[in-house]
Design a protein around this ligand. Sequence first.
Ligand SMILES: C[S@@+](CC[C@H](N)C(=O)[O-])C[C@H]1O[C@@H](n2cnc3c(N)ncnc32)[C@H](O)[C@@H]1O
Length: 256
Amino acid sequence: MALSRCLHDSEFYARVCQRVSHPHILDPHQDWTDAERYQRLRELEPYRETTPSTSRARTLVQPMLKVLWTGPRRILDIGCDDGSLLSALATHWKVERADGVDTRRTVIERASEAFPSMSFHCMDATASDAASLFAEVDTVILSMVLHHMTSDQREALRVRLRSAPRLRWVLLREHDCDSPQWRDFLEVVHGLYAIHEDHAFVDTYHAEFQTKEEWRQWASTLGTVVKTTDSNSPRIDSGRFINPTRSFCMLVNVTP
Ligand SMILES: C[S@@+](CC[C@H](N)C(=O)[O-])C[C@H]1O[C@@H](n2cnc3c(N)ncnc32)[C@H](O)[C@@H]1O
């Protein structure tokens, strides 16, 4: 759903406001441009860092390391964004080779500049020209990317992962959207990001949020789900959510 529709659909807006700590920021009747509203939203604690950065990556990888603390040698990060998550994981696991792939040229250029020892590729990981990226990898990272894929893309990815000859681990990190309100709320956050952070994201933007159980079902078609963290609890203050990410990590053993 486009942001403008989100914010001008009164029923939808009312539902979103029940879930955010500062609903006035989203008020469509305020005389702000979307960009101003977005900046204000970003100044609030829960939104301060919605894109990866080195310090944020160090925090983000902690639950990932809890489910897979050692072993990966050749890793592929799908939806790698600016590469900071991949860099944090690669250092910890002491990998031989780290590749990142993302559909957005801007973030791939940033990643290549920041982390010259790793390889970054601008392509759709589910497209046929990305097949060679899967030839040698033993570990694939899917951090907050599956919900941006269509069901056709997820199916293409599943087939590709199933046929990757050396693949052992798939490490998944996703939102646990176990209520319609969570879905609506994440749509707004994504919409704001899409409009004001990266215009390319607007053209390609797509999101299908699912519950942890639904993600588990998809993961089970790859292999055995061996570990899953609890979904981290949203922080609630005065009856409103102030931490929008309710996420979990899941480790799948793909070995036949
Ligand atoms: C929400 S961001 C997640 C970034 C990072 N992995 C993290 O966990 O913070 C999702 C990223 O996936 C990328 N993406 C979406 N679909 C993709 C696809 N089919 N192939 C490669 N990258 C994709 C987007 O461009 C975006 O950078």
